[in-house]
Ligand binder design. Sequence first.
Ligand code: C2O
Ligand code: CU
Length: 485
Amino acid sequence: VGVAQACGVRSAASSPVGPGSPQVAELERTRRAAGARVVDVPLRAKQATVDLGGVQVPTWVFDDRLPGPEIRLRRGDVLRARLSNEVSEDTSVHWHGIAMRNDMDGVPGLTQDPVRPGSTFTYEFAVPHAGTYFFHPHVGVQLDRGLYAPLIVEDPDEPGRYDAEAVIVLDDWLDGVTAGPDAKLAELRRDGMKMDHGGMSGMGHGDMGHGSAGGGASPLGADAGDVDYPHYLVNGRLATAPETVPAKPGQRLRLRLINAAGDTAFRVALGGHRMTVTDTDGFPVEPVEADSLLIGMGERYDVVVTLGDGVFPLVASAEGKQGQAMALIRTGAGAAPPADVRPRELDGGLLMADALSAAAPVRLAAGQPDRTHTVELGMDMSQPYRWTLNGKAFDEHVPMPVQQGERVRLRFVNKTMMFHPMHLHGHTFQVVGGQRPGPRKDTTSVLPMQTVEVDFVADNPGQWMLHCHNIYHGEAGMMTTVSYV
Ligand code: C2O
Ligand code: CU
């Protein structure tokens, strides 16, 4: 069943506001400032052999590189990206986290036709918010082959909060056969998960899993992922051949951390430093200091560090799995640490999004929702590997209606023993906090057996995906849509 079919018009009274509707075009007109800069970017999705640092892997990437080439814009720019599909399957580009016009959101079957092999598609849209984003196809598990790249939107009015910056993209990597991620998904669908997965039964965790070397139990539960990866990468490099970021002692370095992994959350720390978290998912938070950060798939965190003098490992440790990747920050003389270095900050104060609060200028006005949708995260026990939202896999999903102008609450109720990073397209929600408003985000980790509520203002008409950003869960059904009616 295609998405278009599943989302078909149900009755005249609730016609969905489709991607190509007048509302979508009108909104784009209001977003475009007269004389906005148009940035043209060619983008080729193609097969290539990339070097992870001594390991050569044939795979699919953008423009022969892993990560693909960064796109850097200023808030208010218009991005015009011409995608050429040079791989053997349909593809697309989804601009993860960007609140842009619905018909450019890159979801084949929902917002556009698939981009066929040998053809092109030009994405063109105004970029309304500054921040750290990334992009990837919205087809199958192509993201996990290596089709991803950072998208950075600078704020022209930003005061000088930092002196230098580095973009740090985290990834997990299956063995370098082109079919790796697809074969893995097929295997999961055939055999189900490893038997120690609580997701099957919701109980029975005698074995605490692999665990992380000095850390106790992971907040993500005993099984932080379905796939064990042979490699972990920072900016496309193995820990044995890390990228070095040159900087100067005393500089305030902004790190833009992006988790582009398919099935791995990372615990991140910079040896010898505390990090000040300034933004998550592109939106500022009240600054908070942390030793280490837990970053789910699809999430981004911006942190600022004041650099010491020497060579410092920025380590991304695969949470609940075995392995890590790193980059080095070099401000002075010194030997590079070994690939398995474990800075003590990794086991220090761990920050997750629930400790954050939106910065005052980006908070939603106080108020109650006009409408609440409960989204129950579960599994279909009748088949080996089928993840569900409200008891339904995507092929039988029921779109969740919203109306323009409403304040909408999503209540994610996780009934499984795994964590799920839930991602909403086209909007940035605010996590409902305790005493204070939570952070603005587009991807929020819902821990095992926990409930997380988020509010968003329905201000971007169209049809939008809502799904788990564990790419295997998503493809195995854990997706639905939010539908303007
Ligand atoms: Cu990055 Cu629908 O996702
Ligand atoms: Cu999931």
